[in-house]
Design a protein around this ligand. Structure first.
Ligand SMILES: [Zn+2]
Length: 301
């Protein structure tokens, strides 16, 4: 039994329309939920089917301004309202205040307390040398994993089919190094399942969705969503009756290609399982994700 937690960057519930590639861009999810991934599909705030439950979550966290990654991800991983604590939305990588909060307790700690826990993302060789030199600026997830003593996976793991690069297919690596071998999304999905089988709690972060949103690049948007959808199709097939797949995002962006900025839109939290999904208090914003995932870890352990 296990919990697979997929964190997306910059994917919100926007208005359906020509500038929203997310709405119909992840058929693997909308098929299971029976609604499109947009503000109309989630207008009641909650979607329930035999295999899934989904909620819309407030990513604004009651703080003025546009939601950002550092505060959003800290809120998700720590179960706190990081934006309210700082009094603002913090962009990109967590500063020392947020880093301290992440280090004091996060979802990786929750997983590790109950069983084998891992972070599936592979880091580039340069990342490890820069971490040693102290010149690496870590993301919230990197800080969270390291704080809980979770070993980071490397390109050696990637070669052996025991890790995934954040973009799944290696397209960002291949821009600089065209001979770097490509990974098919289907193969990536199988790797995710095989790693999940060995762990109680597995985390994977996919953030090129935010990159495509910032670039307002429709072609790239469709590509990153298609890769994600093919990956998810395999992962969903592999979620046996005893397992849980949880997907959420830190803030909106890709669902509105009419702007290069993040959006104030809600994000979705989707839980998929063949097993009955435990009754939990309806999560309302990003700060409620940790509690819900923690409960699923408890049930799965
Ligand atoms: Zn962004």
């Amino acid at each position: 039994m296990g919990v697979f937690f997929l964190m997306l960057d910059g994917v919100g519930l926007g208005r359906p329309g020509a500038s929203n590639p997310v709405s119909a861009g992840l058929p693997s999810l909308s098929r299971i939920l029976g609604v499109p991934l947009d503000s109309m599909g989630f207008r009641s705030g909650e979607v329930r089917t035999s295999r899934a439950v989904a909620y819309s979550l407030d990513a604004r966290l009651g703080v003025e301004g546009i939601p950002q990654s550092a505060t959003g991800q800290t809120s998700i991983f720590c179960g706190i309202n990081a934006a309210a604590i700082l009094g603002r939305h913090e962009n990109s990588h967590p500063g020392s205040h947020l880093a301290g909060l992440i280090e004091s307790g996060n979802l990786f700690h929750d997983g590790k307390r109950r069983g084998k826990t891992t972070f599936l993302n592979a880091y580039r060789p340069e990342a490890f040398s820069r971490m040693e030199q102290g010149t690496y600026t870590p993301s919230a997830t990197t800080i969270a994993a390291k704080a809980a003593g979770i070993p980071l996976r490397s390109f050696a793991h990637l070669d052996r089919g025991q890790a995934l690069y954040h973009d799944i297919t290696h397209w960002t690596l291949r821009l600089k190094q065209p001979d770097f071998p490509e990974r098919q999304p289907v193969e990536a999905g199988k790797i995710a399942i095989s790693v999940m089988r060995e762990h109680l709690f597995t985390v994977f972060e996919y953030f090129v969705t935010d990159v495509a949103g910032h670039r307002q690049d429709e072609k790239l948007a469709h590509y990153v969503l298609s890769v994600l959808d093919q990956f998810l199709t395999i992962v969903i097939e592999g979620i046996l009756s005893e397992d849980y797949l949880v997907i959420t995002a830190d803030h909106g962006n890709l669902e509105d290609l009419s702007t290069p900025a993040h959006t104030p839109n809600d994000v979705f939290l989707v839980v998929i399982s063949g097993k009955k999904i435990p009754d939990v208090p309806r999560p309302l914003d990003l700060s409620h994700v940790r509690q819900l995932v923690g409960q699923l870890i408890e049930v799965a352990s």
